[in-house]
Design a protein around this ligand. Structure first.
Ligand code: ADE
Length: 262
């Protein structure tokens, strides 16, 4: 996949390309990346990329002409690429969105600065607006890095085992289970016995159970949206019965209940 990032701070990406899975994906030829300097597409002496907003108000707006030229050039280099504007107004990034982006022929990320980009650019030149969350960053660069990281690790062949991406949190609608490595005992805490048992089936069942409880406790909204399989429904029913029992027991032993009265 080819990815271009349009930015007024292209050197911000120099380090990003150089580490971990992203670096390896580039080195192995799974992805070709390029940061394009929007300033190179200005035609004035001072390479100005922003201007005052029509109608007044504070902040500046990214000028349309350099951006349109930069996008046009990126489109010529990345045929059939999707133009993605990083913006807090966009669709929120999720594992599903990342998977959708990973299926594109190529990606052109546009990083806004200042108050945003001229609306005519969004209307005419942007295919998709993407946000990484409900907060405002001072520019789209860090957001584009987040999106690229999530996308690149999903490209076929990038992660070693074909399974590792499939097992990530969110990919099947559950959070990941806990992980342990050596030593067996650390600060008075031991590794769960089952993980030392060598019984792969039992380990898989334990991991699935842990994923389920992590998700229930931290992100019940994910469970509500998920199609639970038979086993998951059975486990949740068991937990629900245990909780019911605890609550009934509590109610029966309240100080003002019959059995609790002096
Ligand atoms: N630019 C500024 N804030 C952003 C956000 N939350 N997501 C994507 N791009 C942004």
């Amino acid at each position: 996949m080819q990815i271009a990032v349009l930015t007024i701070f292209p050197t911000m990406f120099d380090l990003f390309w150089e580490y971990g899975i992203v670096r390896r994906a580039i080195a192995d030829g799974h992805v070709q990346t390029e940061a394009m300097d929007i300033r190179a597409f200005t035609d004035d002496r001072h390479h100005v990329t922003d201007d005052r907003p029509y109608g007044g108000g504070c902040g500046m707006v990214m000028k349309p002409e350099p951006l349109a030229r930069a996008i046009e050039t990126a489109r010529q280099r990345i045929e059939g690429g999707l133009t993605v504007l990083m913006s807090p107004q966009g669709d929120k990034l999720s594992q599903q969105t990342a998977a959708g982006l990973a299926r594109q022929r190529g990606l052109i990320f546009i990083c806004g600065r200042y108050e945003g980009v001229d609306a005519r650019i969004v209307r005419r030149h942007v295919d998709y607006e993407l946000s990484i969350g409900d907060y405002v960053l001072s520019g789209g660069e860090v957001a584009a890095m987040v999106a690229m990281d999530a996308v690149i690790r999903l490209l076929p062949g990038v992660l070693g085992g074909a399974e590792s991406a499939a097992r990530d949190s969110f990919s099947d609608g559950l959070l990941e289970h806990e992980h342990y490595t050596r030593p067996r005992e650390f600060e008075d805490q031991t590794v769960p016995e089952v993980l030392l048992s060598g019984n792969h089936e039992a380990i898989a069942r334990w991991r699935h159970r842990m994923s389920l409880i992590e998700t229930l406790l931290r992100r019940p909204d994910l469970l509500e949206r998920r199609r639970l399989d038979e086993r998951e429904q059975r486990i949740l029913r068991q937990w629900s019965q245990i909780l019911e029992r605890i609550l009934r027991h509590q109610a029966a032993h309240r100080p003002d209940s019959l059995s609790g009265r002096q």
